[in-house]
Design a protein around this ligand. Structure first.
Ligand SMILES: NC(=O)c1ccc[n+]([C@@H]2O[C@H](COP(=O)([O-])OP(=O)(O)OC[C@H]3O[C@@H](n4cnc5c(N)ncnc54)[C@H](OP(=O)(O)O)[C@@H]3O)[C@@H](O)[C@H]2O)c1
Length: 326
């Protein structure tokens, strides 16, 4: 422990999150990695401790796809009295194909894990963050939230949020895994920007006691675990071929990266003292992780507020659970 509090990092046992955790550990930070696969998490912790000599790295089990599991996790944080001063909401999944998988609560899984689980987790831990200011919340989004981003992914098409929660898209009778992913990443930005407005309105974040909220975009980062549900041939290319291509390409385009570079850039947003009071910004790879605008749609306050209300309903967030639940 550094005496400065704990950084909670979701999805820190793999990919960008792992590289971020290692960078934070090198800086002497106390970090809790929160993921589902506890064997992988324990191995990640051991590797990071070995490499950095930082014994303040630990792991806890968290399943963002279950509101009950998120609540159990938050209770454990309370019981351990962890002084959380930063949350890095990095965990995420990208499904593949046309088969809709539901979360433990019956929601489309991509929406549930990439957005709803983090929405609930942040809300449940807000009082804890407010007690350890200056505090930071970082949301890992993706360039695919922006229709101008040319990746071959579909453009976001969200529709009504109650339908989105059920199918990941605007249609109650159709499912497209890639559309569910880009929509969940637009939700990440709406959540980040709405959270800032609500924190300020509730007097929970002030000049003197700031809780900053910023969004991060890693670029195209092959070699991570994100392709785990792709067909085997694509998975092989993602792990065996594309990292070498990315290593070469990154010199020419800032939007293609390896996990180490992206993870280190994410860690900087948690560490850099000059960012302590910077909030509501988007840090994308194409700007070499400086501030840049996110998509026009991401600044739509009406949509962001509607997503917030739908998320309160979906997570059954009760007024006593979060200062922002009302
Ligand atoms: N790689 C890219 O090109 C790229 C591009 C843009 C954005 N991103 C974003 O970057 C973030 C990290 O992705 P990555 O590429 O590093 O992929 P990754 O290696 O697969 O990391 C994802 C992490 O999320 C965790 N996770 C998945 N489902 C979870 C659940 N239900 N509950 C708790 N944790 C869960 C995983 O651990 P467990 O399975 O143990 O839970 C893993 O640690 C994601 O938000 C992703 O959308 C990635």
């Amino acid at each position: 422990m550094t005496g400065r509090g704990v950084i909670l990092l979701t999805g820190g046992n793999s990919g960008i999150g792992y590289a971020c955790a290692r960078r934070l550990a090198r800086d002497g930070q106390a970090v809790v990695i929160a993921s589902r696969d506890r064997v992988a998490s324990a191995a990640a912790v051991a590797r990071i401790r070995d490499e950095t000599g930082n014994a303040g790295i630990s792991e806890m089990g968290l399943d963002l796809g279950s509101c009950a599991a998120v609540r159990a996790f938050a209770r454990e944080v309370e019981e351990r009295d962890l002084p959380i001063r930063a949350m890095v909401c990095n965990a995420g999944l990208q499904a593949s194909g046309k088969r809709l998988v539901r979360s433990a609560d019956g929601y489309e899984r991509t929406f549930a894990v990439n957005h709803l689980g983090h929405f609930l987790l942040v809300n449940l831990l807000l009082r804890r963050l407010a007690a350890h200011t200056p505090a930071r919340i970082l949301i890992v989004a993706s360039g695919v939230h922006d229709p101008k981003c040319r990746t071959g992914m579909p453009k976001p098409d969200v529709g009504h949020f109650d339908v989105l929660a059920q199918t990941g898209g605007p249609r109650p009778d159709a499912f497209d895994a890639r559309l569910a992913y880009v929509n969940s990443k637009l939700c990440n930005l709406w959540f980040a920007y709405e959270l800032i407005r609500r924190l300020a309105a509730a007097g929970l974040s002030s000049k003197e006691r700031p809780i900053s909220v910023n969004a991060f975009e890693p670029g195209f980062v092959p070699g991570s675990g994100l392709a785990r549900e792709y067909p085997p041939a694509l998975r092989w290319i993602w792990h065996r071929v594309l990292p070498a291509v990315a290593r070469a390409a990154t010199r020419f385009t800032p939007s293609v990266n390896v996990t180490d570079t992206a993870g280190e850039a994410l860690a900087r947003l948690a560490l850099d003292p000059s960012l302590e009071r910077i909030s509501g910004k988007y840090f994308p790879s194409h700007a070499r992780w400086g501030e840049a605008p996110s998509s026009d749609a991401s600044y739509d306050q009406t949509r962001a507020a509607a997503l917030w209300d739908a998320s309160v309903r979906c997570a059954r967030l009760a007024p006593g659970e979060s200062p922002l639940a009302g």
